[in-house]
Ligand binder design. Structure first.
Ligand SMILES: Nc1ncnc2c1ncn2[C@@H]1O[C@H](COP(=O)(O)OP(=O)(O)OP(=O)(O)O)[C@@H](O)[C@H]1O
Ligand SMILES: Cc1ncc(CO)c(N)n1
Length: 268
């Protein structure tokens, strides 16, 4: 009988396949962890932006979580888009039952700039969910929201990473530099030391779902028992390759390529 690490995403959907649940499941599959998903919101979106949203009833989100948890072990899980405070409350209640590493992608706006969560939910996320995380993975605007401080330089990024752990109670914080100029540099503060993950900036606008793909890859590696720093290092290689081989499809920001990164990983 094959034993496989199983991994769960709790997030919104993307019918165009580049972000959200769809990006997460593609990443889990590519990295050979068994992927499961709880949908919070059905999002009508594509490479150009968000056209509509339909939030699932709270009891349906709760039931999906119960259906998974009561049947299959979860070796690591992530959350993405959680639009409403009531959804967050249900998820916060179930987290102790999961008893596994938790990666939070604190999704607030889509690459297109469309807002994905309500203002009250942002506050709850910062006050109540953050302390439950093994790792939180904000981009620069999300890190600015969490800390309340402007981030312009790599020193500001490092400071934000440390602050999110020390002042807001996350176990680890990975600040992503995709939104700054120059190399794509991310900083991880794990409660003891600062680690740097850097790659050359790829000249592309195909960055729809990069954050989802990255946090899903970290979660998959954690489900396989890798320590946090190693999981981030390998996930950074994965997302960089996926951006390098991204698809110029759609008329907006194209999606990353989850499977063409395979050759890059085989070479290493
Ligand atoms: N043009 C690029 N070239 C290389 N790496 C990039 C580029 N853009 C982003 N990255 C990297 O991709 C990863 C995801 O970071 P990013 O800041 O894009 O996340 P995000 O804004 O949360 O994504 P999303 O578009 O899903 O909201 C990080 O490792 C970042 O450094
Ligand atoms: C559902 C969903 N989650 C996250 C993002 C951010 O990329 C998105 N565009 N859609």
């Amino acid at each position: 009988m094959t034993q496989v690490p199983s991994v769960l995403t709790i997030a919104g959907t993307d019918p165009s396949g580049g972000a959200g649940i769809q990006a997460d499941l593609k990443t889990f599959q590519e990295l050979k962890s068994y992927g499961m998903s709880v949908i919070t919101t059905v999002v009508a979106q594509n490479t150009t932006g968000v056209q509509d949203v339909h939030h699932l009833p709270i009891q349906m989100i709760e039931q999906q979580l119960e259906s998974v948890i009561t049947d299959i072990p979860v070796h690591a899980f992530k959350t993405g888009m959680i639009a409403h405070i009531d959804m967050m409350k249900v998820i916060a209640e179930k987290i102790p039952k999961l008893d596994a590493p938790y990666v939070m992608d604190p999704v607030m706006v889509a690459t297109s700039g469309d807002p994905l969560i309500e203002e009250k939910a942002r506050l709850y996320l910062r006050e109540k969910l953050l302390p439950l995380t093994t790792l939180v993975t904000p981009n620069i605007p999300e890190a600015e929201y969490i800390t309340g401080d402007k981030i312009d330089t790599t020193d500001d990024m490092k400071q934000a990473a440390e602050q999110i752990v020390v002042n807001f109670g996350a176990n680890g914080a990975l600040i992503k530099g995709g939104h700054l100029k120059g190399d794509a540099v991310d900083f991880l503060y794990d409660g003891t030391s600062m680690h740097t993950f850097s790659s050359k900036r790829i000249d592309t606008t195909n960055t729809h779902g990069t954050g989802c793909t990255y946090s899903a890859a970290i979660t998959a590696y954690l489900s396989q028992g890798l320590p946090l720093q190693k999981a981030v290092e390998k996930a950074k290689h994965f997302v960089t390759a996926a951006i390098k081989h991204s698809f110029s499809i759609g008329s907006g920001n194209g999606p990353t390529n989850h499977w063409a990164s395979r050759e890059e990983r085989v070479k290493r």
